[in-house]
Design a protein around this ligand. Structure first.
Ligand code: GLN
Length: 491
């Protein structure tokens, strides 16, 4: 049998159904690949071989009985932000090290319901705060891609860097991820993978460790557009346990891949042509426009005039919500506890020891912008900007069906390069935070390579609940781009 880790999710599901190989073989092939690669790439915080093999065996039995679910036997990785029953779910933080939730997140329980097999928990930025995976308490993830003629280690992006790196290096067939300001799309762009953040409310947030609740959304990272469509269908759906989850039907997203996009109107926002945008990103964007034109789309220039305020607004709203959400880590209920002379000291010692520097920075910013006297000047103002940004999109979507932009302002950068300058790190999210602020779906797909041979991504933004159109457009662009390059194996 050829290498089962090289399969797409779709290829694996079809092969399993046809009994060309077994789910146990698929799981074992991936566990072996992880064991060989993880010392170098660090994509997994832990593997769960016992679960993986037991789940795979159960899948093989269901396949034998003709009772296969839509993802039956598919070996996937789970971002450490998702609670998995009895399996450490630490959000890559020391404060939750050793925390084994007594329950399962809704998204993961739906994946298991549909037959998927858990390989382990994927590394990420601590509490999903970061764009490079370097804030993880479990060490940074290393991008499987390297620049031409270089052995320098690059970031896979963040915060879902473990998910993206694992998919790119064939250490799982697909992975779950989350996106509060770009954490699915930017790592996908940096690793040559596909990622979609669906409409806010498409996936339940129940059992996902909260960062900024009004922005957080789960989604998949996969090797192809079709693979992410298959994953998203299982991950989506109304959940009474999350009051912001939407009571709407879940379409068969994969059926949209391959559909004609002729006649669709695509908006190109001049406001995203930021100052200092590298030439290769501008060229990639123009190339994407040409592909869509060739597929029969009509290209329209649009305005999203409040874009320049999105990043500052995001970096007020997200830390504000984070400071509130993270108040629960006090050493009393779960995770780390550091003793002290009195209650306040226990709190202080636990939080001082348990949180890393980026998380502390967010808590400080968030507490500051919510404090009496500054609330109106910062937090309330940011909420008003957020409304304007949503209004911009609403006006644009009266004229167009979807919007095309770059995903990130650069290719993957070296680990360590932007560590001492938080603002430089925050600038990574300039094209992605707008959709979180407006609650819209955004998809990143590999569209080309940089001068140094690194993957670059383009982003498609859609109307609320119109992920289907994004899958059709992304499918057309994927065909036109013909990018199937994988990183050269150095690990
Ligand atoms: N990079 C952004 C941040 O640090 C987004 C993170 C995310 O989407 N979880 O907040």
């Amino acid at each position: 049998m050829s290498d089962l880790t090289k399969l797409t999710l779709k290829g694996a599901i079809d092969g399993l159904k046809a009994k060309s190989f077994s789910a146990v073989e698929v799981a074992k092939a991936h566990l072996d690949a992880i064991a060989a690669a993880n010392p170098a790439i660090n994509a997994y915080i832990q593997t769960t071989p016992d679960q993986a093999l037991a789940m795979a065996k159960a899948s093989d039995e269901r396949i034998a009985k003709g009772e296969a679910g839509p993802l039956e036997g598919a070996a996937i990785g789970i971002k450490d932000l998702f609670c998995t029953k009895g399996v450490q779910s630490a959000a890559a933080s020391n404060i939750l090290r050793g925390f084994k939730p007594p329950y399962e997140s809704t998204v993961t329980s739906q994946l298991w319901r549909d037959g998927a097999v858990m390989l382990g928990k994927l590394n990420m930025d601590e509490f999903a705060m970061g764009s490079s995976n370097e804030s993880s308490a479990f060490g940074p993830v290393v991008n499987p891609w390297r620049a031409k003629d270089s052995s320098q280690n690059l970031t896979p992006g963040g915060s879902s860097g473990g998910s993206a790196a694992a998919v790119a290096a064939d250490l799982c067939l697909a992975a779950t991820a989350t996106d509060t300001g770009g954490s699915i799309r930017q790592p996908a762009a940096f690793t040559g993978t596909v990622g979609i953040k669906p409409t806010y409310g498409r996936c339940s947030r129940f059992g996902i460790v909260a960062f900024a609740s009004s922005l957080d959304q789960a989604g998949p990272i996969g090797k192809t557009v079709e693979d992410t469509a298959l994953m998203l269908r299982s991950m989506s759906g109304h959940d009474p346990k999350d009051s912001t989850s939407l009571p709407v039907e879940v379409p068969d997203f994969a059926a949209f891949v391959g559909k004609s996009v002729k006649g669709l109107k695509i908006g190109v926002p001049g406001d995203y042509r930021i100052e200092g945008m590298p030439e290769e990103i501008a060229r990639l964007w123009d190339q994407g426009i040409e592909w869509l034109k060739a597929a029969g789309c009509e290209i329209k220039s649009i305005r999203l005039p409040h874009t320049k305020y999105a990043l500052p607004a995001y970096y007020i709203i997200a830390p504000a919500e984070a400071s509130s959400n993270l108040a629960r880590y006090d050493g009393m209920r779960f995770g780390l506890r550091e003793e002290g002379g009195n209650l306040t000291e226990v709190y202080e010692n636990t939080r001082a020891k348990g949180f890393g520097p980026e998380v502390k920075r967010r808590i400080l910013i968030g507490t500051y912008v919510l404090s009496a006297g500054y609330y109106d000047a910062y937090y309330l103002k940011a909420l008003k900007v957020r409304r304007r940004i949503a209004d911009d999109f609403e006006a644009a979507f009266k004229e167009v069906d979807a919007i095309l932009t770059p995903t990130a302002p650069s290719a993957a950068f070296p680990l360590g390069q932007r560590n001492d300058d938080p603002i430089a790190m925050y600038l990574n999210d300039v094209f992605t935070v707008t959709t979180n602020l407006a609650g819209l779906p955004g998809l990143s797909l590999p569209a080309g390579t940089s001068q140094t041979g690194l993957p670059l991504g383009l982003q498609l933004i859609g109307k609320p609940l119109d992920e289907g159109t994004l899958f059709s457009l992304a499918g057309a662009m994927e065909q036109a781009a013909g990018v199937s390059a994988k990183p050269a194996k150095w690990w």
